[in-house]
Design a protein around this ligand. Structure first.
Ligand SMILES: CC(C)(COP(=O)(O)OP(=O)(O)OC[C@H]1O[C@@H](n2cnc3c(N)ncnc32)[C@H](O)[C@@H]1OP(=O)(O)O)[C@@H](O)C(=O)NCCC(=O)NCCS
Length: 182
């Protein structure tokens, strides 16, 4: 089973994907936008993968193009089944796929699944203020700015703000319907 989009699908991640994840997360161009900042080993990623299998509060999917190329991961962590909320994260690790709409499509595909199948009510995320591409992409998907953690990120010798964005179920479904009519 996969979660279908138009130009991509979301699928379960497999143990055999781990070397690809390690390559992405050791690429400084990708990593500058993520929380991690120390070189990652295969063993660390294997441990994360095993923990993930048992974790009911997180769900990570591989983003695959229709020809079967794994280009990134997208998912939810900190799922709270009582308040029906979760924290969102995405990485397109294959950089040649940046800026071509894959991020927007992977996010809207996951949001539809989260609200219509998982019955979540609210999804939030954190993004560094210098990640303008991600911010623009999140706005296109219906996320709204909710807060700013001033100077919360130290990167390359400077402090940067970290923004909190969120989207509610009804808001997203309206936004999605309008986007599909355009
Ligand atoms: C962030 C990410 C998921 C976005 O996916 P993507 O496929 O590259 O994004 P999309 O093409 O769907 O949308 C990007 C939008 O940002 C715009 N954009 C690109 N660079 C920009 C910049 N420097 N400033 C403002 N907007 C920018 C694009 O023009 C596009 O908007 P448009 O469709 O209105 O023209 C992807 O680039 C990625 O994984 N980056 C590395 C890891 C990362 O940043 N993860 C998120 C951590 S919070």
């Amino acid at each position: 089973m996969t979660i279908p989009g138009k130009r991509l699908r979301l699928r379960a991640i497999e143990r055999s994907d781990i070397p690809t994840f390690v390559r992405w997360f050791n690429d400084p161009e990708v990593r500058q936008y993520l929380q991690m900042y120390i070189p990652m080993s295969q063993a660390q990623e294997e441990r994360w993968f095993e923990a993930q299998l048992e974790d009911r509060s997180g769900q990570i999917f591989g983003i695959e193009t229709l020809d079967g190329t794994l280009i990134g991961n997208v998912g939810l962590t900190d799922i709270d089944w009582k308040d029906r909320r979760a924290v969102f994260g995405i990485v397109i690790g294959e950089k040649e796929y940046w800026n071509s709409g894959y991020g927007t499509e992977a996010i809207t595909t996951l949001l539809r699944f989260s609200f219509k199948q998982m019955n979540l009510h609210r999804i939030s995320l954190r993004v560094y203020a210098y990640n303008q591409r991600a911010i623009r992409c999140y706005e296109k998907c219906g996320f709204k700015l909710e807060g700013c953690l001033r100077q919360a990120r130290f990167h390359d010798g400077e402090y940067y703000d970290e923004l909190i964005m969120g989207v509610l179920r009804d808001e997203f479904l309206d936004h999605d319907q309008r986007a599909n009519q355009e």
